[in-house]
Design a protein around this ligand. Structure first.
Ligand code: BTN
Length: 334
């Protein structure tokens, strides 16, 4: 392998991190001048390299395209026996405001299920009115538009179903075991790597849902410039930045496959046991934070389980028990 190739490999491996000329030189036993020469020849081959004094070098970000053919390839090879996936409507975009908003607009066109996927969102939304940081090339942002003809009360079940199916898909494609923090966050190595926002429209007359939109945002790689300050303690990524970018398309295909299996054939592919097994709160103490003023403030309790309506079962220190719905409270692991 030439010095140029070795330098390129090291830059790729470092992903979004800068690496100094000296460190590269030490790692491949050449002089710093030889590293500099190699960098210049890489640039002549149109490889874009960022060089900053006192920091070193890194490869410049290149936009990674969402590849719809690769997504269908995963579906058609791994989920070939599931007829309902054959004509699933998928729309893939580079940059959108929010895939949940696209799905909502599409819902006005009639009852056609669809999946919207984007590389980047400029107005990504999270729960509780928060923004969801959705930079280009490192995440996967997708929304399922469904017409389940069921009661509004079941909407939380779809959130839990999506969380469990995303974990299953991650395991299938990357071999990584992830955990679920009730109700909709996915964790890996104690960092949040994915969140889910379920939105729906229900009729006031009969409480039935006219449609449901399940939006999931997954941090596959660390964003090129890191996570913003307000989330950087909590947020993490699934994979190191040098792992093959095809993983993202495969993962999108597997999430669609796993989700549709549980959605269309709930008895054959139930999600609930898996959801409970992956729950990182059961057996732990939590601090309960109210939405509004409906519950006692900042109470502490032991999580004893999750019931089949996806409510968190808790026991307060004084022995009282309760079943919490996701719309009423949020909890922090204590
Ligand atoms: C959360 O963790 O608070 C939920 C985040 C949900 C983000 C996803 S990304 C795809 C879809 N589009 C959005 O605007 N939000 C959801």
């Amino acid at each position: 392998m030439s010095t140029k190739e070795k330098v390129y490999d090291i830059l790729k491996e470092s992903g979004s991190n800068f690496i100094s000329g000296e460190e590269i030189a030490n790692r491949i036993y050449v002089t710093r001048a030889a590293v500099w020469k190699a960098i210049k020849s890489l640039e002549k081959e149109d490889i874009k390299i960022e060089a900053i004094t006192n920091k070193g070098y890194r490869l410049m970000e290149t936009e990674k395209i969402i590849n719809k053919a690769a997504i269908f390839n995963e579906i058609n090879t791994e989920y070939a026996e599931f007829e309902y996936l054959k004509d699933i409507h998928i729309e893939a975009f580079q940059t959108v405001g929010s895939t949940n908003d696209l799905a909502r607009e599409y819902a006005n066109n009639g009852e056609k299920e669809a999946v919207f996927i984007a590389d980047c969102q400029t107005k990504g939304r999270g729960r509780k009115g928060r923004d969801f940081y959705s930079p280009t090339s490192t995440g996967l942002y997708m929304s399922f538009l469904l017409f389940p003809h069921t009661d509004f009360a079941h909407a939380t079940n779809y959130t839990c179903m999506a969380a469990e199916c995303i974990c299953r898909a991650i395991k299938k494609v990357t071999g990584i075991d992830t955990k679920i923090k009730w109700v909709n966050d996915i964790y890996y190595n104690d960092k949040k790597i994915a969140g889910i926002l379920t939105e729906g429209i229900a009729s006031l007359e009969d409480g039935r849902l006219s449609h449901v939109i399940i939006g999931a945002g997954i941090n596959i790689y660390t964003p090129y410039d890191g996570f913003p300050d307000d989330i950087k303690k909590k947020a993490g990524a699934l994979l190191a930045n040098n792992v093959d970018s095809e993983v993202r398309d495969r993962l999108a295909g597997a999430i669609i496959g796993e989700f549709y299996k549980s959605y269309k054939e709930p008895d054959k592919y139930p999600f609930f046991e898996g959801y409970k097994e992956k729950s990182m709160l059961v057996g732990n103490y939590v601090k309960i934070l109210p939405y509004g003023d409906s519950k006692e403030k900042n109470d502490y309790a032991l999580v004893t389980g999750i019931d089949d309506e996806c409510r968190l079962l808790i026991k307060y220190e004084d022995g009282r028990t309760d079943a919490l719905s996701s719309g009423e409270v949020s909890v922090v692991k204590y």
